[in-house]
Design a protein around this ligand. Structure first.
Ligand code: SF4
Length: 185
């Protein structure tokens, strides 16, 4: 990809709320079947939307899918932590999830219009576009994208491998980071 295209997409990501955006060579992205175990045993979102297991693509499929790409853009969003806001966790979680969806879909669309026609976004966390997913047929296929970790991507390693501090947070927490990935070419 041309340097000016990287700069344009990074700028677009920042306009859409990213605190950072970095190019990532897709062959360096680590995957594992263990992420699915974490989804199935321990995550309250398991089976809740078409973007999560058991509906999301398997790690095996994801490895094949990733092998068709060379470059991607990793985006980070920084969320200030305000305990008062988290009292209604459902509303809070929905708000930050939708902000991350807007960010990754915005970058995906921009890249597509720049002729990176394979552009495809993934994001951390469950789909929150509908209050309750119908689990049959997506009603927002233009916006819903699978959860990266649900597909077998090691998001913690992805962040750490690309210069971010992704260690597990222990209080007191003032802010935290969430991530999305846009596969480009
Ligand atoms: S957009 Fe709605 S129907 Fe589609 S996966 Fe998300 S929650 Fe389910």
């Amino acid at each position: 990809m041309k340097q000016e295209d990287w700069e344009h997409l990074k700028e677009k990501a920042k306009e859409l709320g990213a605190s950072a955006a970095v190019p990532v060579a897709v062959p360096t992205i680590r995957t594992g079947t263990w992420t699915r175990m974490k989804c199935q045993y321990g995550c309250p979102n398991y089976g809740q939307t078409l973007c999560c297991p058991p509906y999301a693509p398997s790690a095996e499929f994801t490895r094949k899918f990733l092998s068709e790409y060379t470059w991607s853009l990793l985006v980070q969003m920084t969320i200030p932590y305000d305990p008062a806001e988290t009292a209604d966790w459902n509303a809070y979680d929905r708000k930050i999830n939708l902000a991350l969806t807007d960010l990754v879909i915005g970058v995906e669309k921009e890249a597509f219009l720049m002729n990176y026609y394979k552009a495809f976004a993934l994001k951390a966390g469950r789909c929150r576009l509908c209050e309750t997913c119908n689990l049959k047929k997506c009603v927002h296929p233009d916006l819903a994208r699978p959860s990266a970790e649900a597909c077998g991507i090691d998001v913690m390693a992805l962040a750490a491998d690309n210069g971010f501090d992704s260690r597990v947070l222990r209080g007191p927490v003032k802010e935290f980071h969430i991530y999305g990935l846009v596969l480009l070419e």
